[in-house]
Design a protein around this ligand. Structure first.
Ligand code: ZN
Length: 849
């Protein structure tokens, strides 16, 4: 991607002299491609016209540039990424006409043809710097302006953007003229167009009424549960308008479910886009509905935090994303049926954050973002999950009332403006009276995670075990040796008729290496001492010997879901740190999973169990462990409530692990209808999953995949078939998939995603060894030739992670250190190497028993 970068220094210099008033953007979307006409008129002022000035634009052809009435030869001013504007004055108007490209990578204006009915759908995705693929723009978040889109589209299409439109009909189609937006940054502008289906509703709250709409492809209408989506949306609006004390600022609220979307969703102002896998065509567990609701609320929180008040530059991306994550889980737990949403957070988000924060590439939450490449690689577990966990700690630190009061002042003071973290912290300090500078240094300016480890001294007092002292030891890794101030709770749990329940809870500040908990001296020793109970801080936790012995037998007996989730996360973390063997972890999961009531935790555990078997177990006894895991899951499937969520989650885990003759026969029977499981519905995606397993194990081949695909000619079916083909266990088949992935423009982003998901089952590591050399020799070309998201997907997706050996680690590191290796690529390689190294350590631990 040469020439498309933008540095922070350039952006600051441009913003120092520019003020942008308005954009008028006209797009003609009546052509089938490969390009569409784009005409942009920008009005802006400059306080110092002698400074460099340019518009960002990535277009195959720039047809004309007219600056302040003068026609300029595009070939002299356009370099493929920038239109140089020389000779500007104080007041300026520039019009750029270009042919822009429809994309199939999910960046810019994505074009998709539905295989069901051959209808065409378009949607835009602009974060971080891809508005410039659709119109000429000053592409940086602090040059807010008003945008007015005019879109020409075929008669039978609807066009959706950030505001409402006047529609004019004429012979060739319709022209949609959207009202100018309020001042917003370019990355949250949006244009979606196609024969979308729409359902409408509204939200009425204390500040008035917000029209609501949800959109999807025609072929997905039967799966659109609009009532549920509207219900969560209304609950979210009521919650956030009250919490932020500021009315929703963008008029109507449209939510579109769009095909082949790269991320989960995008917070375009008043025009949110979601991946349409969120409309469930097959049975899913409640965990999927919970995740979708979290996403809906996350995007909605951005309407205030991000869209109304916007970061000045991308180094405050973390605040944008952590805040939305924190606020969404909060809203979910307070305003929806998922009252235990923090349990899911303590499991899924925490493990994501812990992994990321222990990679060699980890970084402070408030990261230095010097250019666009830095920000593109930073949509990670630090920015979303660790940041949200640390915000939760900040709430505990300043207190709830001060936090909310500070937020309200922040929105009122900075509406429609740009800010930095300092602006928010100033309000929090004013409200709480606490100086946050030390907190900020410890938590936001340094990387790495602490470990809190209880060290207990016990006496026997007439047959009753009592603490004489409890000390919390705080540790930090050598590379990131900061010890922090933690506001924590410590819980004491005893076994009883209702399982393990909390007898007492003590809240305290942990600081430095040793913190005594004097309140615990003289207390009867509980069955479980849980540090960081209620999950107030971001830390790894360990257990004393008594507590670990309790969890070993009774982790599933913890009565409340949050401490249970914290215990599971602690145990998983011990597995990852080679403090608990894979074999023992598998035993724990098999014993506890069927009793775990939180489906998100169930699914996290099942996924971690699989990682333990395939990556962290001693290879010499891996086959035996595989058998034990699959057989254990099979038994739990049969014991599960027919038709319940556990049954479905367990069947999926079992199907991903099954390999015995009996299991294979059972799967074949389920597929051909000769075998049934009470309550289990073999719907499309479950059928595909069973079939894919048979493919991985070499029991069926291409013909079976085609036969299944024949019955499922949908976009989702095409993805499932691509995944299955990628899993075929022959060198010829693998090579064909490899070639397709490596050929630019051969695959759309979602077919690419499917191919990568199927290509590398751990069980095929011997076969896949042939692709290690090709991988390392093509990485740099991939980065050079592809757009960022595609390159990232290929480089991480094909990393030889199933070749768990020192050689893999060495090769990845050597390439990462190469002089020609761009920093984004080096980061991906180092992360891949670190995961393999971790697996090697865990395997050694498993050998030791
Ligand atoms: Zn977000």
């Amino acid at each position: 991607m040469p020439g498309t970068n933008l540095t922070r220094a350039e952006a600051e210099a441009r913003a120092a002299h520019l003020q942008v008033q308005s954009y008028e953007v006209r797009l003609d979307l009546t052509s089938d491609g490969p390009t569409f006409d784009s005409t942009t008129t920008v009005r802006f002022t400059s306080s110092d016209p002698s400074q460099p000035c340019w518009l960002d634009l990535i277009a195959p052809t720039v047809t004309s540039v007219v600056l302040n009435g003068e026609t300029v030869d595009p070939s002299g001013v356009y370099d493929g990424a920038r239109v140089a504007l020389t000779g500007i004055g104080e007041q300026n108007e520039v019009t750029v006409t270009a042919q822009c490209a429809y994309m199939t990578t999910g960046e810019g204006l994505h074009r998709f043809v539905d295989p069901v009915d051959k209808q065409t759908y378009l949607y835009s995705q602009f974060e971080v710097p891809d508005a410039r693929r659709v119109f000429a723009v000053f592409e940086q978040p602090d040059l807010k302006a008003s945008f007015a889109f005019t879109v020409d589209a075929p008669h039978d299409w609807v066009v959706v953007s950030n505001t409402h439109a006047e529609v004019a009909q004429h012979d060739d189609g319709k022209t949609w003229s959207f009202a100018p937006t309020q001042p917003i940054p370019s990355y949250i502008t949006a244009v979606c167009a196609g024969p979308y289906h729409v359902e409408r509703s509204e939200y009425s709250g204390s500040h008035g009424t917000v029209p609501l709409a949800v959109y999807c492809r025609q072929s997905l209408v039967e799966h659109l549960d609009a009532d549920e989506i509207f219900d969560i949306t209304r609950r979210g609006f009521a919650f956030f308008e009250e919490l932020f004390d500021y009315p929703y600022p963008f008029g109507a609220y449209d939510q579109l479910f769009v095909p082949e979307f790269n991320a989960g969703a995008m917070e375009n102002a008043g025009c949110v886009t979601y991946r349409d896998e969120y409309l469930f065509r097959s049975r899913v567990t409640d965990a999927a509905y919970e995740r979708r609701a979290e996403t809906i609320l996350h995007e909605m929180a951005h309407m205030w935090f991000g869209d109304l008040v916007t970061m000045r530059w991308w180094n405050d991306l973390w605040l944008n994303e952590s805040f939305a994550t924190w606020a969404s889980v909060l809203a979910q737990s307070e305003a929806t049926r998922w009252t235990e949403a923090w349990t899911t957070f303590a499991s899924a988000e925490k493990l994501w954050a812990l992994r990321q924060d222990q990679l060699p590439t980890t970084h402070p939450i408030a990261a230095e973002i010097t250019d666009l490449e830095d920000v593109e690689t930073n949509f990670d577990g630090i920015t979303y999950a660790k940041g949200a966990a640390v915000l939760k700690q900040l709430v505990a630190w300043v207190g709830w009332d001060a936090f909310v009061a500070g937020l309200r002042r922040y929105f009122a003071r900075h509406a429609f403006d740009n800010t930095t973290m300092a602006d928010l912290f100033a309000e929090l300090e004013a409200e709480s009276g606490r100086d946050l500078s030390a907190w900020e240094t410890e938590w936001l300016r340094t990387a790495g995670v602490n470990t809190l480890r209880p060290v207990v001294a016990v006496v026997d007092n007439a047959g009753l075990a009592q603490y004489t002292s409890v000390t919390i030891h705080q540790e930090a890794p050598d590379e990131h040796d900061t010890l922090r101030r933690h506001r924590v709770a410590v819980g004491l749990y005893d076994a009883g008729p209702n399982g393990l329940t909390r007898r007492d809870r003590i809240e305290l500040d942990v600081t430095g290496e040793r913190t005594e908990v004097p309140e615990l001296a003289g207390q009867r020793v509980p069955d479980l001492l849980l540090v960081n109970d209620d999950d107030l801080t971001f830390t790894k936790i360990r257990f004393d010997a008594t507590s670990l012995a309790t969890l070993d037998k009774h982790v599933g007996d913890l009565h409340d879901s949050l401490p249970r989730s914290l215990a599971w996360t602690g145990l998983t973390d011990m597995l990852r740190d080679a403090e608990l063997s894979a074999s023992r972890f598998v035993t724990l999961v098999l014993a506890g999973v069927a009793r775990e009531s939180d489906l998100s935790v169930v699914q996290t555990l099942l996924a971690q169990g699989r990682v333990a078997v395939e990556m962290y177990s001693d290879p010499t006894h891996r086959d035996a462990l595989r058998d034990r895991w699959a057989a254990g899951l099979g038994r739990r499937v049969r014991q599960a409530d027919p038709g319940g969520d556990h049954q479905l989650a367990l069947v999926r885990a079992w199907a991903a692990a099954a390999s015995s003759e009996q299991d294979i026969a059972e799967m074949r029977g389920l597929l051909d209808g000769s075998h049934e499981m009470p309550g289990l519905v073999l719907d499309r995606d479950l059928r595909w999953q069973l079939l894919q397993r048979l493919v991985v194990k070499g029991h069926v081949g291409a013909a079976a995949i085609e036969a299944e695909a024949e019955t499922d000619r949908t976009a989702a079916g095409e993805r499932q078939a691509a995944l299955a083909r990628a899993a075929l266990p022959t060198l010829t088949d693998k090579q064909a998939v490899w070639d397709a992935i490596m050929t630019p423009s051969a695959l759309s982003n979602s077919t690419m995603e499917a191919c990568l998901a199927g290509f590398m089952p751990a069980e095929q590591s011997d076969l896949l060894a042939a692709f290690v050399d090709p991988y390392f020799s093509s990485v740099l070309d991939v980065h050079e030739q592809r757009t960022f998201h595609t390159a990232e997907r290929i480089i991480t997706g094909l990393f030889p992670r199933v070749q768990v050996s020192a050689a893999t680690v060495e090769r990845a590191r050597a390439l990462a250190e190469g002089a020609d290796t761009p920093k984004a690529v080096a980061r991906m390689l180092r992360e891949g190497a670190a995961d393999v190294e971790r697996a090697l350590r865990a395997q050694k631990r498993d050998t030791a028993g």
